[in-house]
Design a protein around this ligand. Sequence first.
Ligand code: C2E
Ligand code: CA
Ligand code: CA
Ligand code: CA
Length: 276
Amino acid sequence: AKDAGKNNYSIYRAAKSSLGIEQLTLESSIRKALQNNEFLLHYQPQIDVETGRIIGTEALIRWNHPTLGLISPAKFIPIAEETGLIVPIGEWVIRTACLQNMEWIAKGIPPMKVSVNLSTRQFLKRDLVETVQSILLETGLDPKYLELEITESMTMDVNFAIEVLGEFKKLGIPICIDDFGTGYSNLYYMKLFSIDRLKIDQSFIRDIMTDSIDADIVSTIIAMAYNLGIDVIAEGVETEEQLNYLKRLRCREVQGYYYYKPLPAEQLEQLLLSSR
Ligand code: C2E
Ligand code: CA
Ligand code: CA
Ligand code: CA
């Protein structure tokens, strides 16, 4: 039994060190990907459930690898975060989303918000506000058409969050709390941070028809958010039943495969131009 334990240990070590090599390779290819322009953004429409119209989009990064094809962010964002590469990647995302949004506005598409995901590492950088501000100046996008998505865990340091979010508020940049309901924050803090919108996590929407606890959580979030004057969007809406249930709870905005998957910019542009 002792030997077996030792064996397991060396297998574990081997697995760990090969993972280390894999990670190193991945790190250097992520670095190259940035230089070689291998990243791109897809945009997922956000819908007003009353009118069925597109009211905004969320920018979601993809990696178009020269041999492996499209790689999902779940595969490389964690390593980019760990290595700090998320900072230049994140800046690229903000700039690209702002430029794209400006291009759509210039083509006569009614102006709408583009939402960009921030990572923890990015959020904690002292110069984030300045970076965002200079990208807005450089691209000419009105700050109200760029929304930043953060998660509850980024607001753990309450004083820091109040300061940074206050600066974004002063600049007129809307803030959304992503994956809402999965962390520990309460709605009182959301008011304190002057959050504009909550995005209810897709895990609650997934089971909303079958899990009464999830249904109660969603119902409570929507009711309390509206009482506090905070908008709510539900993500991961895949079925008509989920949509109708959310409508009954007075949820006004949704995002999910029921309407659209994340789309390449050109495809979304065609859609927006044809439905103008
Ligand atoms: P997220 O911000 O929660 O984004 C929502 C994810 O759910 C997206 O996956 C989207 O494609 C997917 N989704 C949308 N509607 C549905 C639906 O109806 N059903 C299901 N099952 N899924 C749906 P994606 O694009 O693979 O992104 C995964 C995560 O990667 C994102 O989760 C976000 O945390 C991160 N991410 C994506 N782009 C960026 C980025 O530019 N910067 C940072 N820091 N993170 C990003
Ligand atoms: Ca998001
Ligand atoms: Ca989310
Ligand atoms: Ca559940």
